[in-house]
Structure formats: structure tokens, C-alpha cells
Write a protein that binds this ligand. Structure first.
Ligand SMILES: C[S@@+](CC[C@H](N)C(=O)[O-])C[C@H]1O[C@@H](n2cnc3c(N)ncnc32)[C@H](O)[C@@H]1O
Length: 263
């Protein structure tokens, strides 16, 4: 599981073209990667350091790097819509996901947030992730396995097929993170399974969902409630052209956090 040194056969590599389009490939001895840019010999990448420019048969130039976790989650297979890196970053910080923590997650979806949580809890922590749909769980399992096989840093993940509204057997969890359409129905589960002072965090795309969730948390044994969203705007910085990019991901979702009170 290399993180440095020359790129090797079997590794996942990100190729970036002149228009900043990104392609994720797995390197194999003697193989070729085909696209509208022409064919690329994997052997031109194998053995090269990261950051090397390689050329296709049509003369297109591609930069080769190992993917970051954010690159990987945006490129991996999707069953359900993934949470974007700008939001997983905030969830990890504002839900205070710490090394060694026990985190209960629902639903697993494609596993993008699971990977971010697993990295944050580290080797001594644990992420138990619940998902009602078997097909989504299978997609998440394959994505998590692919990341772990390449980079091995995604901590201890337990995927469970189950409905979080019906309660979970885990007790005294440190954190509970929901990306569900109806998280207000999981407030009872959070109250039962979180340790006192534990943090519940919910990610939601629409305002009515936010109102219903906040009211359920407020009346359901949680305090210090906070709701916010993140707008991340990238900039073009090129000579005199220093300005915000014309396009941005405007709305993704709201993040709600709260802490379990003691009676
Ligand atoms: C938007 S997706 C989650 C995406 C995920 N956060 C990611 O980044 O890849 C929401 C998931 O919640 C699952 N779900 C809905 N209700 C559930 C429940 N009661 N218990 C467990 N999972 C549930 C859905 O099947 C769906 O896969």
C-alpha cells in the first residue's frame, strides 16, 4: 500500500488532462488505457514518480498522481448520491470525529462519508454503518475495499444491513452520523445508543427536513443544536485573471449537530 515512491502495477492512479478532466485507472503491466484522447501505455506510468506528464498515442498530455480520498470518492462507483468532500470535511470536524472513537453511521449509501469517518477514527476506532438497501451496501463494500486495498488507511469499518429507525445494539457510542431522508425518525436510536455528551450529526438537503429534524432533536433529549451549510467557491488565478470560477457547486446540504443531554 504505497503512499510515496514510484507508481507501481496494481495501484490506482489519477490522470488529469489539459482541461482538468480526471480519470481513475488501475495500473497493470503491459496494459493500455483507451479514451477519446488516444491510447496510453500503462508501462509509461509504471515506475514513474507522481507528478510526471505522460503522453497518449494522439499526443495528449496527462498528469499522473495517486488519488486523494476526495478524488477517489468523487470517482468511485455510486449507488446513492455521495456527500461531497466539502461537506465530509465539515462533518468530520463539527461532529468531532476523533481517533479511537466509536461512530455509528446511517445510511451507508455509496460509502463516501464512511471512508472519511473511518480515516478520522483511525486504527484504534470503529465505524459501524447501517444501510437498509442490500444493493447500496454491496456498492459501499466494494468501494471501501477498493480504497483500503490501495491505501489501507480507512480504519475499522463494520457494514450492517439494517434499519436504523428500529434501533441498533451498540451502546455508549461517541458519535452518530446520519445521511438519511427522515433522520427525525432516528432520534430515539441516537438517544438510546449515544453516550451522554455524545454528538449526533445529520446531513440534509432541504429546509423542511432541517426543521423537522431540529425540532425532533430539541424535544428528544439533545442540546447545543447548531445548523449550517458550506458554500465553497474556487477561484481562477492566472496572470491578471484573478476571480471566482464561473461555476460552483452551489447547494449540497445542511449540517446539523447536537449533543446528548443527561436527564
Ligand atoms: C444519500 S444516501 C447516503 C450516501 C452516503 N452518505 C455517501 O456519502 O455515500 C442515503 C442512504 O440511506 C439509506 N437509508 C434510508 N433509510 C434508512 C434507514 N432507516 N436505515 C438505514 N439506512 C437507510 C438509503 O438506502 C440510502 O442508501
Amino acid at each position: 500500500m504505497p503512499r510515496s515512491g514510484a507508481l507501481a502495477a496494481g495501484e490506482r492512479v489519477l490522470l488529469i488532462d489539459g482541461r482538468a478532466r480526471r480519470y481513475l485507472i488501475t495500473l497493470g503491466d503491459g496494459r493500455q488505457w483507451h479514451s477519446h484522447l488516444g491510447a496510453l501505455e500503462h508501462d509509461a506510468v509504471i515506475g514513474a514518480p507522481e507528478g510526471r506528464v505522460v503522453a497518449t498515442s494522439r499526443g495528449s498530455r496527462l498528469l499522473a498522481f495517486r488519488p486523494t480520498l476526495a478524488d477517489f470518492t468523487l470517482k468511485m462507483q455510486r449507488g446513492a448520491q455521495v456527500i461531497y468532500p466539502k461537506d465530509t470535511a465539515l462533518i468530520v470536524t463539527f461532529a468531532d470525529i476523533f481517533p479511537g472513537a466509536t461512530v455509528i453511521e446511517a445510511g451507508t449509501g455509496s460509502g463516501a462519508l464512511t471512508l472519511a469517518l473511518a480515516r478520522a477514527v483511525g486504527d484504534s476506532g470503529r465505524v459501524v454503518s447501517y444501510e437498509v438497501r442490500e444493493d447500496h451496501l454491496a456498492t459501499a463494500a466494494s468501494n471501501i475495499e477498493a480504497w483500503q486495498a490501495s491505501f489501507g488507511d480507512a480504519g475499522h469499518v463494520e457494514l450492517r444491513l439494517g434499519d436504523v429507525f428500529e434501533g441498533v445494539p451498540e451502546q455508549d457510542a461517541d458519535r452518530m452520523v446520519f445521511d438519511l431522508p427522515e433522520p427525525w425518525r432516528a432520534v430515539g436510536t441516537a438517544l438510546e445508543s449515544l453516550a451522554p455528551g455524545g454528538i449526533v450529526c445529520s446531513y440534509l438537503p432541504t429546509v423542511p427536513q432541517v426543521s423537522q429534524t431540529v425540532e425532533a432533536l430539541r424535544g428528544g433529549g439533545f442540546g447545543l443544536l447548531s445548523t449550517f451549510e458550506a458554500l465553497v467557491r474556487s477561484w481562477n488565478v492566472d496572470g491578471q485573471s484573478v476571480r471566482p470560477d464561473h461555476r460552483m457547486v452551489a447547494h449540497t446540504g445542511f449540517i446539523i449537530t447536537g449533543r446528548k443531554l443527561s436527564p
